[in-house]
Design a binder for this molecule. Structure first.
Ligand SMILES: Nc1ncnc2c1ncn2[C@@H]1O[C@H](COP(=O)(O)OP(=O)(O)OP(=O)(O)O)[C@@H](O)[C@H]1O
Length: 242
């Protein structure tokens, strides 16, 4: 399968402060890949480089084989950034309006997608009338509406309580399947990374480097929780966390 995102020998410094060193990672089409690392290791810096928020200093970033990578990703952060004064439907269609699509057509598409995900009853409500989990679903659908090659999720589920988070993880896997999403997830939550991802990169040290790549292969005929626990132990071990 082709590589949607490929990063080669990417390094980055803020002045004399070396943050990232020789990062080599890739995400294949329809794949969900996580970058796991402790606080301050450079996860958001890497994310900002891919999104084009920070200017690349050295190394390569390509999306679908092209080094013209700026503006090719759809990204979502922990805070949902919904517009409080706009209804849910108007929040969802915002990417289409920005792309200058006729409002009537945009509204039709927005309602269709809300219906598809059983969110149509919220269409005319305002964000403050929704729970945290529902807001995050709306924000994820809005991110999808940008129709970019790859989704970058930076701690997108971190602000949610444990139960809502688990529900949203399952929901996201559905969204991924339905729309063939390609996702790079940045998280410090190891269990989240194991549940959602096909592969995990561990970012550690200072400057931050990829110290390990782990393929998550769950055998459905054996106890799934036990297999996930083994992966968790392996990752904690690598990260030197007891
Ligand atoms: N704009 C900036 N100018 C200077 N240093 C910065 C800037 N942004 C981040 N840093 C530094 O870069 C390092 C990595 O920060 P970054 O936010 O990428 O880490 P992170 O892994 O995302 O952490 P967290 O999980 O806490 O968000 C930190 O030491 C931080 O102080």
């Amino acid at each position: 399968m082709k590589k949607t995102l490929e990063i080669k020998n990417l390094s980055y410094s803020f002045g004399d402060n070396h943050i990232l060193k020789d990062i080599n990672i890739y995400v294949k089409e329809n794949e969900m890949v996580a970058i796991v690392g402790s606080s301050g290791v450079g996860k958001s810096t890497l994310f900002n480089l891919i999104a084009g928020v920070l200017k690349k200093q050295s190394g390569e970033i390509t999306i679908d084989g092209s080094d013209d990578y700026i503006g090719k990703v759809a990204y979502m952060l922990q805070k949902d950034l919904l517009f409080e004064h706009k209804t849910i439907i108007n929040n969802v269609i915002l990417p289409l309006i920005i792309a200058k699509i006729d409002k009537k057509v945009a509204l039709e598409e927005g309602r269709k997608i809300l219906k598809q995900f059983n969110l149509e009853k919220y269409a005319d409500k305002y964000p403050k009338q929704l729970s945290g989990g529902m807001r995050q679903r709306v924000a994820l659908i809005r991110t999808y509406m940008f129709k970019r090659n790859i989704f970058l999720l930076d701690e997108a589920f971190s602000a949610l309580d444990a139960i809502t988070k688990k529900e949203l993880h399952k929901w996201y896997l559905n969204l991924k399947k339905e729309f063939n999403l390609t996702t790079l997830l940045i998280t410090h939550d190891i269990e989240e990374a194991i549940f959602l991802s096909d592969r995990i990169y561990i970012l550690a040290n200072k400057p931050g480097e990829i110290i390990k790549e782990i393929k998550i292969e769950i055998n459905p005929n054996e106890d799934i929780d036990v297999q996930r626990l083994f992966y968790k132990k392996e990752i904690l071990n690598i990260m030197n966390i007891e």
